[in-house]
Design a protein around this ligand. Structure first.
Ligand SMILES: Cc1ncc(COP(=O)(O)O)c(C=O)c1O
Length: 354
């Protein structure tokens, strides 16, 4: 597949004010859509004016939840160049997720072609200001219409674009986190390691209840309510006096692109980063002993989100005096400077728009 049919909108929207973008509130003028059918392959790749998708109400996505998505960003660098951050990582993760979800993954060339063409068409939407970006949402859904549980023989791949500012209303300020002991996001053998829509459906109630209690996100534990998994929609890092720990990828944790980049940066600085199981009991014990210096979440949306307060079993534990830590600041500055072209991309993370 190499031809993408493009139909441009006749009613381009007004750009939202870039100081009021928030996260995911606006969509651009166009979207990319391609279809797959067993026996036919990928067909009908198009860039279309942004709008509703015609879907049969019997489509498997509505009944059996066959939905998988990605989250990535494009940036406008200081010299005007438009770049993507590690798009191959996202394609690779989508392909692995599609295998688990019994959906057809778009081949790398279709994914990249759709991405580049769509961003080119909608490039006026990429904001200029610091801490802004174009968030990219590639999505896969099962579209075959049938009843009776089995994998869909048809898949739709689409890409949406959204100009964004800060993910949290707090910006990059430390957030308050609720350790969740009632609800689970994922379990071994389930979908936790892939970006299935179902994981987010599963997480909504806990997040809502935590918000009502005044917490920005939840800290997800494993089925034993001991092992730490993730924080909200981010991976999590704990900076102790003698080591930096992030939970090992155990099959129910998402392999975050930001997590992966942070681990690589820490290795390059010869800092003692360890991927292992870490329990909430260990974190609280070491916090009490004054050994926990910083904790932060990592993800495409916020990059680094410092944890200022951690609630566990009726007590609020303050981390680093509720302030953003030195390492969190340094890592945030480095990743965002590489993304913005203000620091050399020695890791090969940046792909220019062609
Ligand atoms: C559940 C979950 N964990 C971790 C992450 C972080 O992944 P990434 O760094 O690739 O954005 C995300 C995505 O944003 C997520 O939804």
């Amino acid at each position: 597949m190499s031809d993408i049919k493009t139909t441009l909108t006749t009613a381009p929207k007004a750009l939202p004010p870039s100081d009021q973008l928030g996260f995911g509130q606006y969509f651009t003028d166009h979207m990319f859509v391609a279809k797959y059918m067993e026996g036919k392959g990928w067909y009908d790749a198009q860039i279309l004016p942004y709008g509703p998708l015609p879907l049969d109400p019997g489509a498997s996505v509505f009944h059996y939840g066959q939905a998988l998505f990605e989250g990535m960003k494009a940036f406008r660098q200081a010299d005007g160049k438009i770049v993507f951050f590690r798009p191959e990582f996202n394609h690779d993760r989508m392909a692995q997720g599609a295998e688990r979800m019994c959906l057809e993954a778009p081949p790398l060339d279709l994914f990249m072609q759709g991405l580049h063409e769509l961003v080119k068409v909608d490039q006026r939407w990429i904001p200029h200001e610091p801490n802004t970006a174009l968030y990219i949402r590639p999505t896969l859904i099962g579209t075959e219409s049938f009843l009776g549980v089995r994998p869909s023989r048809e898949t739709m791949f689409f890409i949406l674009l959204s100009p964004v500012g800060s993910y949290y209303s707090e910006g990059t300020k430390p957030v308050k986190i609720w350790t969740e002991e009632k609800y689970l996001r994922a379990a071994p053998g389930g979908l936790g390691a892939v970006k299935a829509g179902a994981n987010y459906a599963s997480s909504l109630k806990a997040a809502l209840e935590a918000k009502k209690k005044g917490y920005a996100q939840v800290l997800w534990l494993d089925v034993e309510h001991q092992g730490i998994e993730e924080v909200g929609t981010m991976n999590v890092f704990f900076v102790f006096k003698n080591e930096i720990v992030t939970p090992a990828l155990n099959g129910s944790i998402l392999n975050g692109g930001t997590r992966d980049a942070i681990i690589e940066l820490l290795h390059s600085k010869n800092l003692p980063i360890v991927e292992r199981k870490i329990t909430i009991t260990e974190v609280v014990e070491r916090l009490q002993k004054g050994e926990l210096l910083e904790a932060f979440g990592t993800g495409t949306a916020a990059v680094i989100s410092p944890i200022g307060e951690l609630h566990y079993q009726g007590k609020d534990w303050v981390i680093n005096g509720g302030q953003t830590g030195e390492l969190s600041t340094k890592l945030y500055n480095e990743i965002t400077s590489i993304q913005r072209g203000q620091m050399p991309d020695t890791q090969g993370w940046i792909t220019p728009l062609v």
